[in-house]
Design a protein around this ligand. Sequence first.
Ligand SMILES: CC(C)(COP(=O)(O)OP(=O)(O)OC[C@H]1O[C@@H](n2cnc3c(N)ncnc32)[C@H](O)[C@@H]1OP(=O)(O)O)[C@@H](O)C(=O)NCCC(=O)NCCS
Length: 195
Amino acid sequence: MGRVEPVSFESRSGRRLVLRTCEPEDAATLVEVTRDSDRTAMEFGVTLPAERDLSIERRAELIREHLAEPDWLALGAFEPGSQGAAAGAIHFATLKYQRLRHAGTIGISVCSSCRDEGIGRALIAVVIGWARAHPTIERVGLNVFATNARAIHLYRSLGFIDQYVQRGFVKMGPGEYVDDIRMELWVKDRSNPTA
Ligand SMILES: CC(C)(COP(=O)(O)OP(=O)(O)OC[C@H]1O[C@@H](n2cnc3c(N)ncnc32)[C@H](O)[C@@H]1OP(=O)(O)O)[C@@H](O)C(=O)NCCC(=O)NCCS
């Protein structure tokens, strides 16, 4: 079961938040994070709003799936209180093939009114800490548009290394392509395998 102990966090602007595991009851506020991202960061995402199921039921189901899988994790940065509003969210999932279960991918979004306050950095740090302590996860990866300077700065500063670039991976519109960068962070010592 993918869970972490809640962590109290104060953002750069003095916003008090709790970084904790998402529960099905958080579905409505987490849908709002996605809606905000669709409004404000479409240039950095693959999925179009019309291609998403933004129902609260589907989000609650996704949260339950993350809770049920021992090597998946869904976290939010929430205002304190049992069902506080979410300022951002991150999830980590592995593929279900035995030979790929040592590695997973994160997806992250922070609300437009809360960006550049250190919330994204704090969420990723919790995932890295959880992955380091996890018995089987060795590598945390992500994909980022080559145009997303803020995100690339953040990931590199946390130690993620560029692995490869897929040229023209995304077609934004007629004749308009964006490269996609795969980045990875090893969270275990590969020269000293334990599992
Ligand atoms: C990318 C995202 C998750 C980062 O979360 P965040 O809370 O804004 O990030 P943080 O505040 O922790 O860190 C942002 C860093 O980028 C820096 N930054 C901001 N704009 C920048 C730019 N144009 N170029 C380079 N660095 C930039 C900030 O100064 C900060 O760095 P610092 O901590 O060294 O000062 C968030 O901004 C977001 O959701 N963006 C829209 C959706 C998106 O891009 N998702 C990621 C897809 S891979």
